[in-house]
Design a protein around this ligand. Structure first.
Ligand SMILES: Cc1cc2nc3c(=O)[nH]c(=O)nc-3n(C[C@H](O)[C@H](O)[C@H](O)COP(=O)(O)OP(=O)(O)OC[C@H]3O[C@@H](n4cnc5c(N)ncnc54)[C@H](O)[C@@H]3O)c2cc1C
Length: 411
């Protein structure tokens, strides 16, 4: 009998399991895959996410993999250009974008070193329920016979298609359809730094350096263009980079070599799912997901895995009824993530509403507000503060934006 079973051992599951084990709880983490292994993700980790790795004593291990630091960010939305970097967060003055093969292995090893029993290649096929409560999991390790494990709580950290969410019937209570598709791969021969560039048609390219001297290049367009794009993705990537920034288009054409296969994906929908019930909880993408446009999935997985570990510990120790602690987790997660969710779902359609156009245009003209923009992106400045109408009014006055363009609210 375990105190907790965590299904899924990537960026949400391993930290949750690790943090519970470090508090002395008996934890089992299972994953149907083995590590190191890749998963679809462009793996940009914000300073707020890196600060969690630092708090857990794992940031140095990530840096030691040779993943290069990024200290300058280039954002653009058509003719609006914002470049710079946020103030340090908890002393972290760089961003790192480690491959998931590297990051997830560090996390799962840290969980095991903290005392978590980890079983790789274990596929959960069902939950064990008694008297209306989840009390364990059923599944198979590789091709082996079916096994059962029991625990006080079972947590689904098993991604967007969570089997735990399916088996308990967790309902989506807020959501909107995914807007785009992505194609990305890894290239040698280019050194562009970090770019997040949108416009000149509904399209985007993003690029950042990662492990092994490679640069990730990703492109996005609306979902209804996916079929056409598949016919020749190399030409499609070239076309998008050429349209957004011909200088980088030329470099891509002349100097870049694509080193790996493309990873194509239609983005899943944006959603919040009911994330707790009798004997169960959800964390990471299993409970809450938004378009990867703002690159907040990993950072949020870290933040809310930590939050959930604190609430579960309160329940397990008897300090508080478990269901009350889990309800508090969901409420806090929803409140804290609301700003990121709103911003992401608003701008991931690859066009700017008049409101966001005026905010970003004005911010690009003010060095002070450009810095705050990067603070917002990095997780250092709350959205309520950045977008507060009184702050925007001050910004518009500072940069002398025409009265007709001064949108103070998104409504
Ligand atoms: C195209 C794309 C680009 C992205 N780019 C970024 C980015 O740049 N930055 C960022 O922060 N976020 C990004 N994200 C989002 C980020 O990747 C996710 O938010 C994050 O991976 C969620 O982590 P997780 O641990 O919740 O789930 P996952 O990473 O999905 O891991 C779930 C784990 O559960 C296991 N599992 C599933 N079912 C079972 C089962 N039945 N039994 C046992 N194990 C099971 C799986 O094997 C898997 O290992 C991107 C997402 C996409 C799709």
């Amino acid at each position: 009998m375990y105190d907790a079973i965590v299904v899924g051992a990537r960026v949400a599951g391993s930290p949750l399991a690790m943090l519970l084990a470090r508090q002395g709880y008996r934890v089992l983490a299972v994953d149907r895959t083995n590590f190191p292994s890749d998963t679809i993700s462009t793996h940009y980790v914000h300073q707020a996410g890196l600060s969690r790795l630092q708090a857990w004593g794992l940031l140095d291990a990530v840096i030691a993999t040779g993943c290069p630091p990024i200290r300058h960010l280039n954002f653009s939305y058509t003719d609006i250009a914002l470049d710079g970097f946020a103030d340090p967060i908890d002393g972290i003055d760089a961003v790192y974008c480690p491959r998931r093969t590297v990051l997830d292995k560090i996390l799962v090893d840290a969980a095991a070193e903290s005392g978590v029993e980890v079983i790789e290649r274990f596929t959960v096929t069902d939950l064990i329920e008694e008297d209306g409560r989840v009390v364990g999991i059923r599944g198979t390790e590789g091709d082996g016979a079916e096994l059962e494990f029991r625990a006080s709580i079972v947590v689904g950290a098993d991604g967007a298609n969570s089997i735990v969410a399916k088996k308990v019937g967790a309902e989506v209570y807020r959501g909107s359809p995914g807007g785009c598709f992505v194609y990305y791969s890894y290239y040698s021969g280019i050194e562009w730094g970090m770019h997040h560039r949108t416009g000149f048609g509904r399209q985007q390219f993003a690029s950042w350096p990662t492990n092994d001297g490679l640069s990730l290049v990703a492109v996005m367009r609306p979902r209804d263009q996916f079929r056409d794009f598949r016919a020749n993705p190399d030409a499609g990537v070239q076309e998008i980079v050429d349209a957004i920034d011909p200088k980088y288009g030329e470099d891509l054409r002349d100097n870049a070599t694509r080193e790996e296969q493309f990873r194509p994906m239609l983005y899943p929908d944006n959603y919040y799912r009911q994330s707790f019930g009798p004997g169960w909880a959800l964390v990471g993408d299993a409970g809450y997901h938004k378009d990867p446009f703002t690159g907040w999935g990993i950072t949020d997985a870290f933040k809310y895995a930590e939050l959930l570990s604190q609430r579960i510990a309160e329940g397990l120790s008897g300090d508080r009824p478990m269901e009350e602690a889990l309800a508090d987790y969901q409420q806090s997660r929803d409140e804290q993530s609301n700003g990121t969710y709103e911003l992401t779902t608003s701008i991931s359609e690859l066009t700017l509403t008049p409101y966001y156009d005026s905010v970003f245009r004005a911010a690009s003209k003010s060095p002070r507000y450009t810095k705050r923009f990067f603070g917002l992106i990095a997780g250092g400045i709350p959205g309520e503060d950045f977008f507060a109408p009184e702050n925007l009014a001050e910004l518009y006055a500072e940069v002398d934006l025409p009265e007709s363009d001064r949108h103070l609210t998104s409504a």
